[in-house]
Design a protein around this ligand. Structure first.
Ligand code: PHE
Length: 346
């Protein structure tokens, strides 16, 4: 019996060598372990044995069975490897390098934002943030912008449906929500949440109900600046803006503060820039941001004493600065995701 089983395993081992695909494997399997297979027949033979012989032969049969299972497992691996090899056309070589996944690169607007934020970090500013969906109060009222101001008109500002609830709903009640029209709302959030003195810059996306053209986008980006301390003056404003402009446009760049009006600054200015490195715009005064000293009314509305504290604020458009730095002539390039445009900034 022992010899017979050894013979059976040896035959299976030898036959398995000539099996090369799944169909042949199935036939081979049937010849050994199928209902009429050689091993099955040996197992059936157990019935005719005496009580004493049975455990001894049973053990031998189990060993033979294990050997056959190993032969079948090895065969399956051999066939699977062959299948992968033929699917790939060549034998599998696991040491080959994989397909290259190209690394992305930073969008020109993000790059400008990082550069500007780094400039202000050098002046001791830290970064603040606020929500894009804002209450009317943070966006307008607290910034001393009255209800009849044109910016609050439905024609200029995107209001959210009444069904949207504010994160501040418990505190601010049923107030209307807008998509913030400027990052100046972060001035208010910072004034309410931090104790002066502080200097913050707040980058973020803003929305206006503008018709889209080469210089207008309904969705754009600003960086807001706010510095609150005991005696902040126009000299501080001029100093930091001059530093910013020289870092961004080169040491030859100059600034000019031109009187203007914003409800939340007094006095208010438009800051113009002039630089010899701006191509066809060289040596022309170009308006790039609004700024001024924080209106005492805003400090009061945020619970600060205007006799104790004063501040400066500014807000610049990221798209405009990036367009000037790189000589880009259409704001829509930033959002079209055209790699021929974007790759130039990789
Ligand atoms: N929020 C103003 C705008 O969007 C810019 C500004 C910011 C002006 C801070 C003064 C102070 O036009």
């Amino acid at each position: 019996m022992q010899q017979q089983l050894a013979q059976l395993v040896a035959t299976a081992q030898a036959e398995s060598k000539s099996v090369t695909n799944r169909a042949e494997m199935e036939a081979f399997k049937a010849r050994v372990v199928g209902p009429n297979g050689s091993l099955t027949a040996a197992m059936k033979g157990m019935a005719t044995l005496s009580k004493e012989e049975r455990p001894i032969v049973g053990k031998l049969i189990n060993e033979a069975k294990k050997s056959v299972e190993e032969i079948l497992a090895a065969l399956l691996t051999k066939i699977e490897d062959a299948e992968i090899g033929s699917a790939l056309g060549t034998p599998l070589d696991p040491t080959l390098t994989g397909n290259e996944t190209p690394a992305g690169f930073i969008h020109p607007l993000s790059r400008t934002r990082e550069k500007i934020l780094n400039t202000f970090k050098k002046l001791g500013f830290t970064i603040a943030e606020g929500p894009e969906i804002e209450t009317e109060w943070h966006c307008f009222d607290a910034l001393n912008t009255p209800a009849d101001h044109p910016a609050r008109d439905m024609q200029d500002t995107l209001y959210l449906p009444k069904s949207f609830r504010s994160v501040d709903a418990p505190r601010r009640g049923e107030e209307a929500l807008v998509l913030r029209t400027h990052t100046s709302s972060v001035q208010i959030r910072t004034l309410l949440n931090r104790k002066p003195p502080f200097r913050i810059v707040a980058p973020g996306r803003c929305f206006r109900r503008d018709a889209v053209d080469a210089t207008h986008s309904a969705n754009f980006h600003q960086i807001e600046g706010l510095w609150i301390d005991h005696q902040v003056t126009l000299a501080d404003l001029r100093g930091i803006l001059d530093f910013f402009v020289k870092e961004t446009f080169g040491a030859d760049a100059e600034i000019r503060l031109r009187p203007s009006y914003f409800p939340f600054t007094e006095p208010s200015f438009e800051m113009d820039l002039r630089s010899p490195n701006l191509g066809r715009l060289s040596n022309r005064w170009i308006e790039i941001m609004g700024c001024g000293l924080v209106d005492p009314k805003v400090l009061e509305l945020c619970g600060l004493n205007p006799n104790e504290y004063s501040g400066l604020a500014f807000g610049l458009g990221l798209e405009r600065i990036t367009m000037l730095v790189h000589g880009i002539d259409d704001i829509r390039h930033f959002y079209n995701n055209d790699l021929r445009f974007l790759r130039q900034f990789a």
